[in-house]
Design a protein around this ligand. Structure first.
Ligand SMILES: O=C(O)CCC(=O)C(=O)O
Length: 266
């Protein structure tokens, strides 16, 4: 598949693009079935709700051991299964999918490289006990030579305002912010008066199973807690352009990168 010039321009203007019905339902179901097994067995590395709340900015910038073993005394609610690339062929097949690769190449305007240091996760939102994710840019804890990184979000079932669909601030990847607009964990502060007008321009769109959202690593986004009675599962992974380099000595440089060969589109 290839994007039209209009879709490409829309991504660069808004910082995100929704591709409806991109992945077949049976492949989404396959990913969910494997995820459920890993969730039931709590197969590490996982991030827990408690870990997500408690971990400091320093930890979240530099940790390379993603296991949650230090939290075993807490009641574990999994927030995400991490490092899914090597967990199962169903996960790897989606991250190496032939249909999306030409699209990613167009968006990055470069050869496509999978980044396993960061997002390659099954995101879960458990009913009632999940927390909101506040406004943030994914790039804040990542260390690269430039910003040419894009996340690929796959809805594995319906995502709505009720169960915590993503919200975005269109164009925020092109905005310049001062440090005072962020809190100590680098969330975009809702209390900051300057931010309130920006936040008022937020948008969101319900997603169906198989829909994909591509979003820029500097795009401000957030999500509600899950107020429905069913868990929500989504798959997110990040790609970068080959010319974008992880900074040596940082966590971003300490996990494998997978260069995806160019495929022609049909
Ligand atoms: O809560 C969510 O589903 C959004 C998660 C997210 O944006 C992130 O972890 O970067």
């Amino acid at each position: 598949m290839q994007l039209s010039a209009i879709q490409l321009a829309q991504f660069h203007k808004d910082g995100y693009l929704v591709l409806r019905g991109f992945l077949d339902s049976y492949r989404c179901d396959e990913i969910v079935a494997v995820s459920q097994e890993h969730l039931e067995k709590k197969i590490e590395p996982i991030e827990t709700e408690i870990g997500y709340i408690k971990r400091s900015k320093a930890y979240r910038t530099s940790v390379t051991d993603y296991t949650s073993y230090k939290e075993q005394d807490e009641k574990i609610i999994v927030r995400r299964l991490r490092q899914v690339y090597n967990r199962d062929s169903a996960f790897k097949a989606w991250m190496e999918d032939y249909k999306i690769r030409p699209v990613l190449r167009q968006i990055l305007d470069d050869d496509v490289v999978l980044v396993t240091a960061h997002h390659n996760s099954i995101m879960t939102k458990m009913p009632y006990c999940s927390r909101e994710t506040r406004w943030h840019q994914d790039r804040r804890y990542w260390r690269y030579s430039d910003n040419n990184l894009v996340s690929v979000w796959l809805a594995l079932d319906q995502e709505t305002g009720q169960n915590g669909v993503l919200e975005f601030i269109p164009g925020s990847h092109r905005m310049h912010f001062d440090s005072e607009q962020f809190d100590e964990k680098e969330y975009f502060s809702q209390e900051c008066v300057k931010n309130q007008k920006i936040i008022a321009s937020k948008v969101s769109t319900d997603l169906q199973k198989g829909d994909v959202v591509l979003f820029h690593s500097l795009l401000l986004h957030r999500a509600n807690k899950n107020r429905s009675d069913k868990p929500k599962f989504s798959f997110v992974y990040t790609v970068k352009g080959a010319k974008t380099k992880a900074l040596e000595g940082t966590r971003s440089a300490q996990f494998p990168e997978i260069v995806l060969p160019v495929v022609s589109f049909g």
